[in-house]
Design a protein around this ligand. Structure first.
Ligand code: RFL
Ligand code: PHB
Length: 395
């Protein structure tokens, strides 16, 4: 059996695992990343687009954000469309000067993998059947299969950064954690299209036919979404049907048109909320989607993952370098304060902008009234902008 040793064994090579590995390195702490998928697969997974100011700055500060800094699109505002009428919210003005960065998660992941490998630090791709052992003891281990052999990593701490379907959370006995779930009865059909964005800023559209979102990745790539039923088969939607529906929901008219282009990817994402408490079991710490999921409407998932690993890296630094356990003891509580706030914000944005199948006329009016209040009240816009651009980090 192949044997390896490190301080922290990180399971999962998504944003949480990659950023944690670099924060630890800067604190002089050694880590190994074990990733189930291939490098090509991980780099091709299309997901988030919006980074809070603090999340983008974290990537830049740790040296992994050179391309982000050069290629991101910095936005000062977002547009909310109500049955085709577009209204801008000035995020910068209402958040005390903060902007958001629009940059693809798969680009960030590709940049960070290249950075780590160029520094000679290990990522083990295609590590199959990861099993975590002795996580309550002083020397936990992770075993995995690769190239027909069993390998074992012995470490002091394990960071479960392996997403919602990972193995880390499942290692914790059921009676040691509490899970909170909420499933929404609809999904998003997402497309990536080779066409210039039709708007300088994101458009979140509430429409009686369902929610739509216009986002982007670059001057030549647009990312758009439609609310669809959960059981949708994306192949049942022709490209033309998708553009026609986006036209209606985003309110295309003689004054504003949606640019159409070649659709190079179609995907379906269910909307759900999930939190596990606490985010620790012995020397195993969960971070990112392994511990919580939010519906993408508030653009919070990757941002939360980054806030988690900042707190985890700080706790590990205190313990390993200064023998101070306080950061690790408080890790779960620190993260959960931000997580529940993001849960509330994401739930609110989702509820406010989507059509709900069981929604009656009364609820429709309440929803409309909430949005009208947002668009007409400076104090409501301040609350929105503060949440959307990201609250300050506790750690
Ligand atoms: P990830 O990215 O899922 O990475 C986990 C990694 O772990 C690997 N893995 C394993 N490795 C070893 N052994 C196992 N047993 C393993 N099981 C899994 C996986 O292969 C993977 O490489 O989790 P992480 O790092 O916590 O990052 C979370 C983010 O990916 C996620 O929250 C965001 O994508 C959510 N999200 C958004 N977040 C934002 O902050 N802003 C956005 O604009 C935004 N838009 C979105 C989104 C998510 C979306 N989808 C598809 C759900 C838009 C969409 C449509
Ligand atoms: C994206 O660009 O993919 C995106 C943007 C904003 C969201 C969700 C996804 O709220």
């Amino acid at each position: 059996m192949g044997q390896q040793r490190t301080d922290v064994c990180i399971i999962g090579c998504g944003p949480a695992g990659l950023i944690l590995s670099q924060l630890l390195k800067l604190a002089g702490i050694d880590s190994i990343i074990l990733e189930r998928q291939s490098r090509t697969y991980v780099q091709g997974r299309i997901r988030a687009g919006v980074l809070e100011e603090g999340a983008a700055q974290t990537m830049i500060d740790i040296g992994m954000g050179e391309r982000l800094k050069k290629h991101r699109m910095l936005h000062d505002g977002v547009v909310i469309s109500l049955d085709g009428q577009r209204h801008r919210i000035d995020l910068k003005k209402h958040s005390g000067g903060r902007q958001i960065s629009v940059y693809g998660q798969h680009d960030s992941v590709r940049d960070m993998i290249a950075f780590r490998l160029a520094a000679g630090d290990p990522i083990i791709f295609e590590a199959a059947d990861v099993v975590l052992n002795e996580v309550k003891g002083d020397t936990p281990t992770a075993t995995y299969q690769k190239d027909g052999e069993t390998h074992q990593v012995t470490c002091r701490y394990i960071a479960g950064c392996d997403g919602f379907h990972g193995v880390s959370r499942k290692t914790i006995p059921d009676d040691e954690i509490t899970e909170y779930h909420r499933a929404f009865p609809f999904a998003w059909l997402g497309i990536m299209a080779e066409v210039a964005p039709s708007s300088d800023e994101l458009i979140y559209a509430r429409h009686s036919r369902g929610f739509a979102l216009h986002s982007m990745r670059s001057q030549t790539l647009s990312r758009l979404y439609l609310q669809v039923p959960l059981d949708t088969n994306v192949d049942d939607w022709s490209d033309e049907q998708i553009w026609d529906e986006l036209d209606i929901r985003l309110g295309a008219d003689e004054n504003w048109q949606l640019n159409r282009g070649k659709i190079i990817q179609k995907d379906l994402a269910p909307l759900r909320s999930f939190v596990v408490e606490p985010m620790q079991y012995g020397n195993l710490f969960l971070a990112g989607d392994a511990a919580h999921i939010v519906p993408p409407t508030g653009a919070k998932g990757m941002n939360l993952a980054i806030a988690d690993v900042r707190a985890l890296a700080s706790g590990l630094d205190k313990k390993i370098n200064h023998n101070d356990p306080s950061g690790l003891e408080e890790y779960s509580a620190i993260c959960l304060r931000r997580i529940w706030n993001a849960q509330r914000f994401s739930w609110w944005m989702t509820s406010m902008l989507h059509q709900h199948t069981d929604q009656d006329e009364y609820q429709q009016r309440i929803q409309f009234s909430d949005l009208e209040h947002l668009l007409s009240s400076d104090s409501y816009k301040n609350v929105f902008a503060e949440n959307y651009t990201g609250l300050p980090f506790e750690v």
